[in-house]
Write a protein that binds this ligand. Structure first.
Ligand code: FE2
Ligand code: FE2
Length: 213
């Protein structure tokens, strides 16, 4: 999918893992959005955590799907209210896919019930937030979540490796890291690859409290 735009600005946010948002980091991000006043707010995936439907072992007393969805909807409604005139895109991440994967695995008969899709469960249509199931190119910049690139979790220099794979301008989240790689080709055009840092607090992620980000 492609969207052609000219002279428009965008802020890319990813990996909030609601409800495990890093409040101070997000407060700063929100201030930046207000300062930049972009045309587009792009949510690059893993906005929700959905630990309750993870295939990883988790304590059901600690997480509840109802609470996770309620908390996520509240945050999204607040985003929409705060930035009522912005175009907001929401690209899927591997955590958004958890609902679909849970249904495929445990109740495949419910796979075609639209009301169980992440779009419906988060009320995205009502908020006028456009959900994207695939990477998208906006202007000259490809937007990925990051898991689509199938690099190993312990990959070193993700920005360089993804650039080598895609040979195009790309921004992505997923890796919870801040990296950039630039390449000037024989055509004298400079292209780049950017890995966006996360906005979640790893201390709150029950399954990954010793993460190195
Ligand atoms: Fe991810
Ligand atoms: Fe993430």
């Amino acid at each position: 999918m492609e969207i052609s735009i000219h002279n428009k600005t965008e802020v890319f946010l990813s990996d909030l893992h609601l409800p495990c948002i890093h409040q101070e980091a997000y407060a700063l991000a929100e201030k930046i959005i207000k300062d930049v006043n972009p045309h587009i707010i792009f949510l690059g995936g893993d906005i929700v955590d959905l630990a309750s439907v993870s295939s990883w072992l988790h304590n059901p007393k600690e997480v509840s799907l109802r609470r996770e969805l309620h908390n996520s909807r509240q945050w999204l409604y607040r985003l929409r209210d705060t930035f009522s005139r912005k175009t907001i895109y929401y690209l899927r991440g591997n955590h958004e896919d958890r609902i679909m994967h849970y249904i495929w695995k445990h109740a495949p008969e419910l796979s075609d019930i639209d009301e169980l899709s992440i779009t419906k469960l988060l009320n995205l249509d009502q908020m006028k937030i456009q959900y994207l199931k695939q990477p998208i190119r906006i202007g000259k910049l490809w937007h990925f979540h990051g898991d689509e690139t199938h690099l190993y979790n312990n990959a070193v220099n993700v920005a360089l490796n993804v650039f080598r794979r895609l040979l195009n301008n790309v921004i992505m989240g997923h890796w919870h890291n801040c990296q950039a790689y630039y390449h000037r080709g024989v055509d004298r055009k400079t292209r780049g690859s950017w890995v966006n840092p996360c906005l979640c607090n790893s201390n709150d992620l029950a399954y990954d409290r010793f993460a190195n980000w």
